[in-house]
Design a protein around this ligand. Structure first.
Ligand code: NAP
Length: 275
C-alpha cells in the first residue's frame, strides 16, 4: 500500500547555516535500512505557524526544532512529553496517534555524557533553552549545588529547575562559586564566533584542578573557553557527543530504533571530530 505521508524529516530553525543534523540522520536511515530524507528547513519566526500547518497537512513523521523556535513552538503542539514540559523547551516533534507531540532529547543527550555527578558542585552559564535542559539533567543526575550565571540573572529559572544554588550575573564576583565547582557548563552561545569566551583565564584559574569545563558548542570544536581551560590543565569536553546523543534519541522517537553513536560519528566531516 502506498504510504499516506512522505518519508520527509527535517530541522526547523532560523537561520540554519551550519547544521550537521541532515548528515547524522542520513547515516541513521542508511544504518537502519529505512526510507527517510532529512532536510534543513529554515523557517523565520513569523512563518512558524504556517510551517506547523504544513507538518500537519503532510503528516511529516518527525522534525527537530532549534533556535529560535524551541519555546515558541509549544502553543502550536497538541502535547508535550513530561520532560519537555518540565524544561519548557522542545527540540523534537513526533506523532502519538493523531497528536503532534513535543519532546526534549537535549536533556538525555547531555545527561548521558556526564560523569558521576553526585555531590559535585556545578556552575551553569546561560539561561536559554539548552541551559534549561542542562539544569534538569543535572538535577536528575543528582548533582550537588547548581549555580546559574546568566547575562540578566535568572533566579526564577534556577528555583524552578534546580533549587538550592546561587543565581548570579557575569558582572558578579564569581570566585566563591567557581572555587568549589567541579563542573562548568557553557550553555550560552558565546564562543560560536571562535573569538569570545564567557569566562576569562583569571576566572578559570579559580576552579579546582580536577574540574571539567564542558562547552555545549561543537563548532568550532575547540572554543576559546576550552582552549583557556586546557591551558590551565583542566579537563575539557565540547558539545559533539551531546549532539550525537540528542540525534540518536530523536531518531528512535520516530522509528523505534536507536542508532549507535559511532554510526552518527562516522558521518561527521573530519574537521568536526573531537580534538
Ligand atoms: P538560546 O535559547 O538562544 O540561549 C542562548 C543563551 O546564551 C542565552 O541565555 C543568552 O543570554 C546567552 N548569551 C548570548 N549572548 C551572550 C553574551 N554575549 N553574554 C552572555 N550570555 C549570552 O540558545 P540555546 O538553544 O540555549 O543554545 C545555547 C548554546 O548551546 C548554543 O551555542 C547552541 O549551539 C548550544 N547547543 C548545543 C547542543 C548540542 O547538542 N551540543 C544542543 C543545544 C544547544 P540571554 O538569555 O540574556 O539572551
Amino acid at each position: 500500500m502506498a504510504s499516506t505521508h512522505p518519508d520527509l524529516y527535517g530541522l526547523l530553525g532560523y537561520p540554519l547555516g551550519h547544521t550537521l543534523s541532515p548528515r547524522l540522520h542520513a547515516a541513521a536511515f542508511a544504518w537502519a535500512n529505512l526510507p527517510g530524507t532529512y532536510l534543513a528547513l529554515p523557517v523565520p519566526p513569523e512563518r512558524l505557524d504556517g510551517a506547523i500547518a504544513g507538518v500537519r497537512a503532510w503528516r511529516l513523521p518527525g522534525l527537530n526544532v532549534t533556535i529560535p523556535h524551541k519555546t515558541a513552538i509549544i502553543p502550536l503542539l497538541d502535547g508535550l512529553t513530561p520532560i519537555a514540559k518540565a524544561i519548557g523547551a522542545v527540540n523534537t516533534l513526533y506523532w502519538e496517534g493523531e497528536r503532534l507531540v513535543g519532546d526534549n532529547t537535549d536533556h538525555a543527550g547531555f545527561a548521558e555524557t556526564l560523569p558521576d555527578m553526585r555531590d559535585r558542585t556545578v556552575v551553569v552559564l546561560g539561561a536559554g533553552g539548552a541551559a534549561r535542559a542542562v539544569l534538569a539533567a543535572l538535577r536528575d543526575r543528582q548533582a550537588g549545588r547548581i549555580h546559574l550565571v546568566a547575562r540578566r540573572g535568572a533566579p526564577e529559572l534556577l528555583a524552578e529547575l534546580a533549587p538550592g544554588g546561587v543565581a548570579a550575573t557575569f558582572d558578579d564576583e564569581l570566585a566563591p562559586l567557581l572555587a568549589k565547582s567541579r563542573l562548568v557548563v557553557n550553555a550560552t552561545s558565546v564562543g560560536m564566533d571562535g573569538a569570545s569566551s564567557p569566562l576569562s583565564a583569571a576566572q578559570l584559574a579559580q576552579l579546582p584542578l580536577d574540574a571539567l569545563v564542558y562547552d555545549l558548542i561543537y563548532n568550532p570544536p575547540v572554543t576559546p573557553l576550552l582552549a583557556l581551560a586546557a591551558e590551565r590543565g583542566l579537563a575539557t569536553r565540547n558539545g559533539l557527543d551531546m549532539l550525537l546523543g540528542q540525534a540518536a534519541h530523536a531518531f528512535s522517537c520516530w522509528t523505534g530504533v536507536r542508532p549507535p553513536l559511532e554510526v552518527l560519528r562516522s558521518a561527521l566531516p573530519p574537521d568536526m571530530m573531537n580534538p
